[in-house]
Design a protein around this ligand. Structure first.
Ligand code: GUN
Length: 288
């Protein structure tokens, strides 16, 4: 059996179109476009690519993007001050600080400094808490994108066994929570998990967020399982690959997301959706 490729480019285009329509409506109410402030500190090449993709998506969706490219040696205080200024600026709806940050800056402090109402990454503890309790905060973009992909393809989640590999704050942990919110039965595996293969072979849906190329092989996948590959790994020859050994896993799975062109574009699309939502909320406040 050859798996169906879930095309993240097609699904993200659909979400961005929807976000663009809503952005235009919100602009009518606010008298300005929705606005996203993107902060990048230092010279991480991958981060620069991601930030550039976010800027381009903003342009395509009718969202103003403000870029703050700060030098590597920016102090934590300077960064926190900038965030404070953006928090107070009524013309800014969303604030995003690209991670990772240089070692001398506390990511925790920076995430907590962003106003929860502008935290379009969904990383602030207030939004993490709302995600846990089912509230209507901002959901983190990559995990929310995974759910959107499954829904777009009409892949049922309820009652399914989902195994998430990886427990990062950005992907693994929130992906597990969101799958559970959709009524999946979720297991989170990580580097200390014993009998990983045995657990994976029970999964109807696998979320691979390990960050290791060739990690997920066909013998670890139940025939007909759905494989969502969140890995973005660069091989020595510069090829971009996910965590799954794509060709062989595609022979066993029923659906699989390719890398590139799978989960990656969804992250940016969900960010656009969150930014428009932030602007809508501020428009609603203006109305009342
Ligand atoms: N670094 C890797 N992924 C992300 C993301 O979704 N948001 C931010 N801010 N930084 C990241």
């Amino acid at each position: 059996m050859a798996a169906k490729r879930i095309d993240g480019k097609v699904i993200s285009a659909y979400i961005k179109e929807r976000a663009a329509k809503e952005a235009a409506q919100v602009a009518q109410i606010l008298g300005r476009k929705p606005c996203l402030a993107v902060i990048i500190v230092g010279e991480n090449p991958a981060s620069k690519v991601y930030v550039n993709n976010k800027k381009k998506a903003c342009e395509a969706c009718g969202i103003t993007s403000l870029e703050y490219a700060l030098p590597e040696l920016t102090s934590e205080r300077e960064l926190l001050d900038l965030i404070g200024t953006l928090n107070r600026d009524d013309a800014v709806d969303g604030i995003l600080c690209q991670l990772p940050l240089p070692g001398h800056i506390s990511e925790e402090k920076v995430i907590e400094a962003i106003s929860p109402e502008k935290d379009v990454d969904g990383f602030h503890p207030v939004n993490v808490g709302k995600m846990l309790t089912g509230g209507d905060g901002f959901l983190p973009c990559t995990p929310a994108g995974l759910i959107e992909m499954l829904k777009y393809e009409n892949i049922p989640i309820e009652g399914k066994r989902c195994v998430v590999i990886g427990r990062s704050n950005i992907v693994g942990k929130p992906a597990a929570i969101l799958m559970q919110r959709e009524n999946a039965t979720v297991t989170v595996c990580h580097s200390k998990t014993r009998n990983l293969k045995e657990i994976l072979l029970q999964a109807d849906i696998i979320v691979a967020s390990v960050g290791k190329p060739h990690f997920l092989t066909a013998d670890m996948v139940k025939p007909g399982a759905v494989v969502l590959d969140v890995g973005i790994n660069r091989l020595p020859d510069k090829t971009l690959v996910g965590d799954a050994e794509f060709a062989e896993v595609a022979e066993v799975a029923s659906y699989i997301t390719p890398v590139p062109g799978g989960v990656g574009p969804m992250t940016v699309a969900m960010l656009m959706q969150n930014t428009v939502m932030a602007a809508k909320r501020s428009a609603a406040l203006n109305d009342s």
